[in-house]
Design a protein around this ligand. Structure first.
Ligand code: FES
Length: 152
């Protein structure tokens, strides 16, 4: 059990992270609520990649000047581009792709061993009771724009 835990923690550190920190104030495009994450759509493949981007939004009275960094897992499913939220639908931890060697090619949540298939559907019998949320997406001038989350 301990070996398995250490294994997935180690693997979790190796997953590919693509960082596209883009300030939407500086990077126009896509209309209200959409951020150009500076990722050409033709570079998006079947394998999920983590894309980071910044948004500016107010949470009550609090609005951090530097913005808030969000992550989307971006991939193709049956040729179609999809961006999934990394927020686990059990209790809100962060899921990673292919990070547990026991569960290859799945999203895995280390908090309570939650699992999701590549399309974001929760694996039956694991803690999450719903699929991962999806972000709204658009393509503009060959680039990916990510918008608000659509709740599953
Ligand atoms: S928060 Fe993800 S499985 Fe519990």
């Amino acid at each position: 059990m301990l070996g398995g835990t250490a294994g997935f923690l180690g693997a979790g550190m190796l997953f590919p992270m693509v960082r596209f920190a883009v300030d939407p104030v500086l990077k126009k495009g896509g209309g209200v609520g959409f951020v150009d994450v500076n990722l050409p759509v033709n570079q998006i493949k079947d394998k999920p990649i983590a894309v980071e981007f910044k948004v500016h939004r107010k949470d009550g009275w609090y609005e951090p000047a530097e913005g808030e960094t969000l992550t989307a897992w971006v991939m193709r499913q049956n040729g179609k581009v999809v961006a999934l939220s990394p927020v686990c639908k059990h209790l809100g931890c962060t899921v990673n792709w292919d990070s547990n060697p026991q569960f290859k090619n799945e999203f895995f949540c280390p908090c309570h061993f939650g699992r999701y298939y590549k399309d974001g559907t929760n694996v039956p019998g694991t803690p999450p009771s719903k699929p991962l949320d999806k972000y709204q997406i658009k393509e503009e001038n060959g680039k990916l724009l990510i918008g608000p989350v659509i709740k599953a």
